[in-house]
Design a binder for this molecule. Structure first.
Ligand code: NAD
Ligand code: IPM
Ligand code: MN
Length: 353
């Protein structure tokens, strides 16, 4: 297969982890006879430095024409006080590519269950996915303004925005365990009242799927108390952002979770859920697993299931061999992880090609 993949390394640890991802893709391409075109484009803080904007036009154009976009992470203290922030670029590319559905799968493997700060009995069989609405809500709605005295953000959802993301969640649940948990704050927020109403309406088209509603505060607690109850969790943009970082503590580190963002027709974008980790950038200790799992999601979406599962099983084998980065309580460097991963990839090829 031929695939044109636009790579946006970004800032901080972004390039450190994306480099490994592209090496893995080159290996997979050679091994399975695929022609992957991988080209880096400026995006985020580095693009502000070089082009004055976080999402240069040529980066956006290339992304729109790609088969998929692979992103490291953006942001950092250097750009925190500027008017144009790296994060603007991230919001803009999500909006421009109409990536309304952000999937953040969470599962606990035997290799990581002992690494989590939570008790092993809570973690057993945890396997759910957060479906985060990504192009609406308080991130985008107008008015948005600030003076030294007062600042305003607006939380608006239109029916069609709720309907399409909830529908996405029900369709996904049908391929999983037939359960949707819709998370809102319908006891207070008008946008959440509409969210809940629309979720119930969409549910009537999927009678075989169970629908439960949780308030976001209770959902945050349930994620730690009984995470096994979740199958598909669908929620609005800001709640999904916060709950998915919280959920990363189930497998044990923010560095483990991947994501895929989807529109109805155009290319999808794959990125780990974490940020640019300025506190560890340049130290060579970043955990590349969230990035690698994002690559694995991308390959699965291309229909390359053997390639995708080769990456997953090689990550597991690398962990079983004791290669844990610092965030997982180990002392292995990013490079040492990569070297072991490549050994496992080569071993695994026999069973996957
Ligand atoms: P962060 O996710 O970058 O880091 C939070 C903590 O987790 C840090 O201690 C960091 O060292 C650790 N961590 C994160 N990923 C890791 C990895 N792969 N391996 C090991 N440790 C890891 O969040 P933050 O510190 O709140 O934000 C830093 C910058 O990143 C900010 O500018 C923020 O806006 C940006 N950000 C970008 C994205 C994105 O590009 N998608 C996502 C979140 C935050
Ligand atoms: C994420 C990040 C972004 C978000 C920020 C950096 C804009 O936290 O991708 O989860 O809030 O969506
Ligand atoms: Mn986030």
């Amino acid at each position: 297969m031929k695939k044109n993949i636009v790579c946006l390394p970004g800032d901080g640890i972004g390039p450190e982890i994306l480099n490994i991802a592209t090496e893995v893709l080159e290996f997979v391409g050679e091994t399975f006879n695929h022609e992957f075109t991988l080209k880096n484009y400026p995006f985020g803080g580095n693009a502000i430095d070089d082009y004055g904007v976080s999402l240069p036009d040529h980066t956006l154009e290339a992304s729109k024409c790609a088969d998929a976009v692979l992103l490291g992470a953006v942001g950092g203290p250097k750009w925190d006080s500027g008017i144009e922030r790296p994060e603007n670029g991230l919001l803009k590319i999500r909006k421009e590519l109409q990536l309304f559905a952000n999937l953040r799968p969470v599962s606990v493997s035997p290799e990581t269950s002992k690494l989590s700060p939570l008790k092993e009995e809570i973690l057993k069989d945890v396997d759910f996915t957060v479906v985060r609405e990504l192009t609406g809500g308080i991130y985008f709605a107008q008015p948005k303004r600030r003076t030294d005295e007062v600042a305003t953000d607006t939380l608006t959802y239109e029916r069609h925005e709720i309907e399409r993301i909830v529908d996405f969640a029900f369709k996904l649940a049908k391929k999983r365990r037939n359960k949707v948990t819709s998370v809102d704050k319908a006891n207070v927020l008008e946008s959440s009242k509409l969210w809940r109403q629309v979720a119930c309406e969409v549910h009537s088209r999927y009678p075989e799927v169970e629908l439960e509603h949780l308030y976001v505060d209770a959902a945050a607690m349930e994620l730690m108390r009984n995470p096994r109850r979740f199958d598909v969790v669908v929620t609005e943009n800001l709640f999904g952002d916060i709950l998915s970082d919280e959920a990363s503590m189930l497998p044990g580190s923010l560095g483990l979770l991947p994501s895929g963002s989807y529109s109805t027709t155009g290319p999808a974008l794959y990125e780990p859920i974490h940020g640019s980790a300025p506190d560890i950038a340049g130290k060579g200790i970043a955990n590349p697993i969230g990035m690698l799992r994002s690559v694995s999601m991308m390959l699965a979406d291309f229909g390359m299931s053997s390639e995708s599962s080769l990456i997953e099983s090689s990550i597991s084998a690398t962990l079983r061999a004791g290669f844990y980065t610092k965030d997982l309580g180990g002392n292995c460097s990013t490079d040492e992880f990569k070297n072991e991963l490549f050994k496992e990839l080569k071993k695994g090829v026999q069973t996957h090609v």
